[in-house]
Design a binder for this molecule. Structure first.
Ligand SMILES: Nc1ncnc2c1ncn2[C@@H]1O[C@H](COP(=O)(O)OP(=O)(O)OP(=O)(O)O)[C@@H](O)[C@H]1O
Length: 658
């Protein structure tokens, strides 16, 4: 049967073809073009954003909107002020948390602390960048978490957002507010352990991070008084074997004896580490400017670092040695005198590097500021510096302009002997006046004190002195020792307009110096050249003594001469150790004291305060000793109850009696 073939239908006229088939080719072409455009934009965006964002190993901190933070702080209301530091004010804020399910509706909120950094000071900017850098790096229950930031060009503000630590800083809680919780020995011990763990954590990172400013006001307390380390504005990343800025430590020259098994108090020679002062920012290519020049040491800095104690110790020690014609230091009076001069000279040159008053942020009544940690700008280095200001526009030449404009006023040479004598005379004159006054009023008290209680200046007393100190400071140099707290006030940590006393206790990091006087290790006379983990260990040692004794490291009061011996906490602790009376150091207000633990803590503190960094224990070893995993070594022989004393020490009081 012949197959029937159906004739194929005639082609449809164009206007009769289905719409679909007509539109398909151009649609396809258009979508392909759109897709390739999109791809092109995505690639471009990724390329740009890759430059601007942090490297893969670091989570970029969250960027908050300025208006959200302003709202959350009630326009930076003074009633929400938590504290005031050298470079800005810190406010309590409540931020609404977006509900993960219904992103538009907000169901809960979180309390945070917002630090408003001063955008007018170079160092404020540096600290901001530094904090931001470490915010991306550090995650530990013993370190205050930085949640994010905001940088607002229009308002010229830099803000950092942290987890809220409801009990503020340790300095305040211990010395000003005298929180009853801290009377419990157990609490103090657990705080010591928290801090040790925090520092152990940062030292244990690869590469290690050095905090550079360990002190009670940089330790914050949470709801249950657990401690966390804060303020990484001066922290830096320690890197070895990089040839950018290589600084030889004395250890490198083989001058320091190190025990290869244990770091403290040993005698077996070990090749010491060669420190390279590098910021680590180059490495992480964050573009954060922690420029190398701030770590460069001036030619005189390459001299042997001091083996003496911290500047305050030196001051006291000098006074003592002059009075007695002897020196307590076993390591040689002549050598020490040279070293001390070197430290004092260094402080002098650094204090000169004060910054002019800049346009500070007007929020919260911040006052003008100075700088800290800035060494002279080396132009060559500056040009080669990497900088990626992706969140805030920093004027590249700002630094130079400020330095050129800077009018340097010769600072008050407060570190010099004459000034000490002047102060001493003033103090005596004041004492005499007070004594006469008391006698006129028929009051008893021949030395101006009523015994042990009055040895510690009361808060109101101290605040009065601080106010006085502040007034006189406006006349003299910005950097001056607060002789009553034994710490150095930086001009900008006060509100010079309102006369407010900073809530953090007014204790600020030393101007133009990495660290804080009294807490800074002797080898850190200047720059980061000799900074190492062991510098943090030294500072931890001072902090530990402060925590145990419940007093400042240096307190010069209107007290009898015998009390003057106790003015320097470190000296006092060493003397007590020599006399086998360690427990005399413990704060009288401490309850339920565990004597064994207290002795252990003071022993650890003294080990940390050894002049040779190599002899100090590592933070890991300290944590081991505090937790009881490792046994604490005996005190170094110079602190043992019967010291092999070369110089028979006669207390000043005895000398006078003679
Ligand atoms: N996350 C926080 N939670 C609660 N209070 C805080 C927080 N951060 C800072 N503060 C308070 O604000 C004060 C000022 O902090 P900031 O870090 O600016 O200065 P500082 O460390 O005291 O001084 P400096 O920066 O000069 O060393 C602190 O001492 C503390 O009392």
């Amino acid at each position: 049967m012949p197959s029937r073939q159906f004739p194929s239908p005639p082609p449809l006229p164009p206007h009769n073809r289905p719409l679909q088939s007509t539109l398909l080719p151009p649609l396809g072409a258009a979508s392909a073009a759109a897709f390739s455009f999109l791809l092109f934009f995505v690639l471009c965006f990724r390329k740009i954003s890759r430059k601007r964002t942090v490297p893969s190993d670091a989570k970029p901190p969250h960027r908050f909107s300025y208006s959200a933070l302003r709202r959350a702080t009630d326009s930076f209301s003074a009633s929400l002020l938590l504290g005031q530091g050298g470079f800005g004010s810190v406010y309590r804020a409540t931020l609404p948390l977006p509900d993960p399910k219904q992103s538009r509706r907000r169901s809960s909120s979180v309390d945070v602390a917002v630090k408003v950094m001063d955008s007018g000071s170079l160092q404020g900017e540096r600290e901001f960048q530094n904090e931001l850098f470490f915010a991306a790096k550090l995650r530990s229950p013993y370190v205050v978490t930085a949640l994010g930031f905001s940088a607002d060009r229009k308002h010229r503000t830099m803000l950092l957002v942290y987890e809220l630590m409801p009990n503020g800083n340790l300095q305040n809680a211990l010395l000003h507010r005298k929180c009853p919780e801290l009377r419990e020995w157990r609490k103090r011990f657990s705080i010591a352990l928290d801090i040790a763990r925090g520092i152990e954590y940062i030292h244990g990172l690869d590469p290690p991070v050095i905090h550079g400013d360990v002190k009670p006001s940089n330790v914050l307390l949470d709801q249950s008084f657990s401690a966390k380390i804060a303020d990484f504005g001066l922290a830096w990343v320690k890197e070895e074997n990089l040839d950018e800025i290589k600084v030889e430590t004395p250890e490198k020259k083989g001058e320091v004896m190190v025990d290869s098994n244990s770091n403290y108090g040993g005698s077996v020679l070990e090749e010491s580490e060669s420190l390279t002062a590098t910021t680590g920012f180059e490495e992480f290519s964050l573009g954060v400017d922690q420029s190398p020049e701030s770590f460069l040491r001036s030619p005189e800095m390459s001299a042997e670092p001091p083996v003496g104690a911290s500047p305050e110790e030196n001051l006291i020690e000098r006074k003592e040695s002059d009075d007695e014609g002897k020196h307590l230091n076993d390591e040689g009076a002549v050598e020490n005198a040279v070293v001390k001069d070197y430290v004092m000279d260094w402080i002098g040159t650094e204090v000169k590097k004060e910054r002019p008053k800049r346009d500070w942020i007007g929020i919260g009544g911040s006052s003008s500021g100075g700088d800290r940690g800035i060494a002279k700008v080396d132009k060559k280095k500056k040009n080669s510096r990497k900088r990626l200001d992706w969140w805030v526009s920093l004027d590249d030449d700002k630094e130079d302009r400020i330095i050129k404009k800077e009018k340097r006023r010769p600072p008050r040479e407060w570190w010099k002997e004459e000034y000490c004598e002047e102060l001493e005379k003033k103090r005596k004159k004041k004492n005499k006046k007070q004594k006469n006054k008391r006698e006129e009023m028929g009051m008893n008290g021949d030395d101006g004190t009523n015994g042990e209680e009055d040895w510690w200046p009361r808060d109101d007393e101290m605040y009065r002195e601080r106010k006085k100190n502040k007034r006189s400071k406006s006349r003299s140099s910005k950097g001056s020792i607060d002789w009553f707290s034994g710490e150095l006030f930086r001009g900008n940590s006060h509100d010079s307009m309102s006369g407010k006393i900073p809530m953090s206790g007014g204790v600020s990091s030393t101007p133009s110096m990495r660290g804080t006087v009294c807490y800074v290790a002797p080898e850190c006379g200047g720059g980061a050249g000799s900074l190492s983990e062991k510098s943090d260990v030294y500072s931890f040692g001072v902090l530990l003594l402060v925590l145990i004794a419940g007093r400042r490291p240096l307190q010069v009061t209107n007290s009898p001469v015998s009390e003057f011996q106790r003015a320097n906490l470190i000296h006092w602790a060493r003397n007590l150790a020599r006399r086998g009376k360690l427990l005399d150091l413990v704060d009288q207000s401490v309850e339920s004291l565990d004597k064994e633990q207290a002795e252990l803590c003071i022993t650890i503190a003294l080990l940390c305060l050894q002049k040779s960094p190599a002899r100090r224990p590592s933070m890991k070893e300290i944590v081991g000793m505090l937790t009881g995993e490792t046994e604490a070594p005996p005190l170094p022989s110079e602190f043992s109850p019967s010291p092999p004393s070369r110089f028979p020490h006669k207390p000043r009081s005895q000398k006078r009696l003679a």
